[in-house]
Design a protein around this ligand. Structure first.
Ligand code: GDP
Length: 431
């Protein structure tokens, strides 16, 4: 990252799983603090360091670099049990992360009852299901917006904590009953559970906005790490097939407690093709058997749920839209190597829908469901890119593919990832 860019946002610019974990890991090399700004334990970052594979759900992947401080902002819904499990797993592998992490006192707690509600609500939806990960993210954000959430700072006073938990249990049990679920919250067990992590958690509680403000003032560099992707943003994504938070760059300032003027750069992470998990529109989705072929080539199975991801061609309509909504200053393209064996590649440059040619991503779900992509065809390179470390190492056809994507999205590609390992990255020099 260049010296002048002190606060950079990393944002998924498709439907999530773009490989943000790897890009954050690469960029974390040159920053002092990494902070997550939204989402919860439904984010499943996979990072490969040497022959070790780390799957991190809540802790920013910057933690794998010694001395980086990692924060979870107020915009995150925070699952303390899963979080401590992750910290303990890192400790077991020799990474002493706890002294380097901080959690916003304003972050909302995600507790077992949110997961119960998530499962019960999804079961109730039947065929109309959203395809949630069942991790309680939606219900935790619902509590936040309904002003009945419990925040990390609420644990400081045990009497207040017990009162809030009591009210939550009552409310949740009523709703579980209405959903026809046979699960119920046991208030005593819930209080004991939360008490068991209370002190450990309070010791990590910080004001992330203040910490980041001070860090930036002191000349430190900061990375704000998004989870999921722009097309899953509750406002700008394919509603209602979205997550419950603002995944886009605007959510970054909000979700950690700094002002938007503190942000210098926004890097959009995109895959060299497109994937999405769960239900909802995916205009460039491959037909069978191409679908299964690319899924195998790319190992497209969810890191958190193991669910097979739906795969399709690169959609420039989507990424152009993501570029605009996020104010992208650069792209990081991952998984170029996955396309190495394909003889022909397609890029969607527009959609036909509603009797018209659309060059912008529609907000109307009906239009999106009937959208027929208009494709441009490019030759494949049919060579391995796994060992490319400089732009010039890439085959001509791969360079042409990337240049075409830059032209269509009007965003320069700054990084190209050609494999899972840390060193399999090209830093593209511009101008
Ligand atoms: P995230 O949630 O956006 O971090 O994405 P995931 O971690 O769920 O998925 C990314 C997966 O792709 C992980 O298994 C990564 O190791 C892998 N990955 C990342 N970059 C590359 C790449 O350039 N090539 C290949 N083949 N795999 C990659």
């Amino acid at each position: 990252m260049s010296q002048s860019k002190r606060c950079t946002v990393i944002v998924g610019s498709q439907w999530g799983d773009e490989g943000k974990g790897k890009i954050v890991d690469v960029l974390a090399e040159s920053v002092d603090v990494v902070a997550r700004y939204q989402g919860g334990a439904n984010a499943g970052h996979t990072v490969h360091v040497g022959s070790d594979e780390f799957v991190l759900h809540q802790i920013p992947s910057g933690i794998l670099h010694p001395a980086r401080r990692c924060l979870l902002g107020n915009g995150v819904v925070f699952d303390p049990f899963q979080f401590f499990e992750e910290l303990d797993a890192l400790a077991a592998r020799g990474i002493d992360a706890e002294p380097r992490v901080g959690v916003s006192g304003r972050a909302h707690l995600l507790l077992a009852y949110h997961k119960m509600l998530d499962r019960a609500a999804e079961a109730r939806r039947g065929a109309g299901k959203i395809g949630t990960t069942g991790r309680g993210i939606g219900p935790a954000y619902e509590d936040k917006v309904a002003r009945q959430g419990i925040r990390v700072a609420d644990l400081r006073d045990p009497a207040r904590m017990e009162d809030l938990l009591g009210r939550a249990a009552e409310r949740v049990n009523e709703r579980l009953g209405a959903f026809g679920s046979d699960e119920q919250v046991d208030l005593h067990a819930l209080c004991d559970e939360v008490l068991s992590i209370r002190e450990r958690l309070l010791a990590l509680s910080v004001d992330t906005g203040r910490v980041l403000h001070d860090a930036l003032r002191a000349g430190e560099r900061v990375l704000l790490e998004g989870a999921q992707g722009a097309l899953l943003d509750v406002d700008h994504g394919t509603y209602p097939y979205v997550t419950s938070s603002n995944t886009t760059a605007g959510g970054a300032a909000l979700g950690v407690g700094i002002g938007p003027t503190a942000i210098d750069a926004v890097v959009g992470v995109v895959k060299a093709y497109t994937t999405r998990v769960g239900e909802g529109p995916l205009p460039t989705e491959f037909p069978s058997p191409m679908q299964e072929h690319v899924r195998q080539l790319g190992g497209e199975f969810g890191a958190t749920t193991g669910r097979p991801r739906r795969c399709g061609w690169f959609d420039a309509v989507v990424v152009r839209y993501a570029a605009r909504v996020n104010g992208l200053t650069g792209l990081a393209m991952t998984k170029l190597d996955v396309l190495d064996t394909l003889p022909e590649l397609k890029i969607a440059v527009g959609y036909r829908a509603g009797g018209a040619l659309l060059d912008d991503f529609p907000g109307d779900l009906g239009l999106l469901e009937e959208a027929e992509p208009v494709y441009e065809s490019l030759p494949g390179w049919e060579k391995s890119t796994a060992d490319a470390r400089r732009w010039a190492d890439l085959p001509d056809a791969a360079q042409a593919y990337l240049r075409r994507i830059e032209a269509l999205t009007e965003v320069p590609i700054q990084y190209v990832s050609v494999g899972t390992r840390r060193d399999q990255i090209i830093h593209v020099q511009h101008g």
